[in-house]
Design a protein around this ligand. Structure first.
Ligand code: GRF
Length: 193
């Protein structure tokens, strides 16, 4: 379990690979007095993604990692996280799978948001699969990260109704709105259980 030390906010890194709407939302949350975290670093696995505009806008240090060699890249990221004294990682649309070694280094201190009601629909194309299977509901989940994909302990979930007219795109849009509510709530929950 993540622990708050004293009154200072937890130095947090957000990992992204794309649009970064969850990053933007987490930054705005982190600026609230009630937030237990402050975002000190943004890691991106892709250059020139929209998400990096948010780190720029809010003057948060960011770095793009090319990921040519996974082992070497993770080593570099870990070094940078240590340098910046990061104590919590929030994955937010990060499209790389972290190695066991990396996860161990941050034991219990990595969170992820996933656009399905886990344990259903781990991995990609969650909305397509949920609609194809005629699910009545899908949703989103914030969970701790462990060595198995989308399988760590669940912190919070939010259900979203799937309507007959929903497409993967419309469902993604509805779920994303809920993701933006859920991630901050999950963070508040782990620090003030
Ligand atoms: C979100 O749906 C998140 O659940 C998934 O990737 C998407 C990222 O969206 N892991 P954004 O980049 O935060 O807008």
């Amino acid at each position: 379990m993540v622990k708050l030390t004293g009154k200072s906010k937890v130095r947090t890194a957000v990992f992204i690979s794309g649009t970064g709407s969850n990053l933007k939302n987490l930054i705005e949350f982190s600026l609230l007095k009630k937030s237990p975290i402050k975002i000190k670093f943004v890691v991106s696995s892709k250059k020139e993604v929209k998400g990096l505009n948010f780190s720029k806008k809010y003057k948060i240090l960011s770095r793009v990692y090319e990921y040519k060699d996974k082992k070497k890249t993770e080593k570099k990221i870990l070094k940078d996280l240590n340098k910046k004294r990061i104590n919590l990682i929030c994955l937010a649309g990060f499209m790389k799978i972290l190695s066991n070694n990396f996860i161990k280094s941050f034991n219990g201190k990595i969170l992820n948001i996933h656009p399905s009601l886990l344990p259903k629909y781990k991995g990609l194309k969650t909305h397509e699969r949920a609609i194809k299977n005629n699910e009545k509901y899908s949703g989103c989940t914030v969970h701790f990260v462990n060595s198995k994909l989308d399988s760590g302990r669940i912190i919070l979930q939010k259900k979203v109704k799937i309507r007959k007219i929903d497409t993967p795109k419309s469902l993604a849009k509805k779920i994303l709105i809920q993701e933006h509510r859920l991630y901050p709530r999950a963070i508040l929950k782990i620090f003030n259980p």
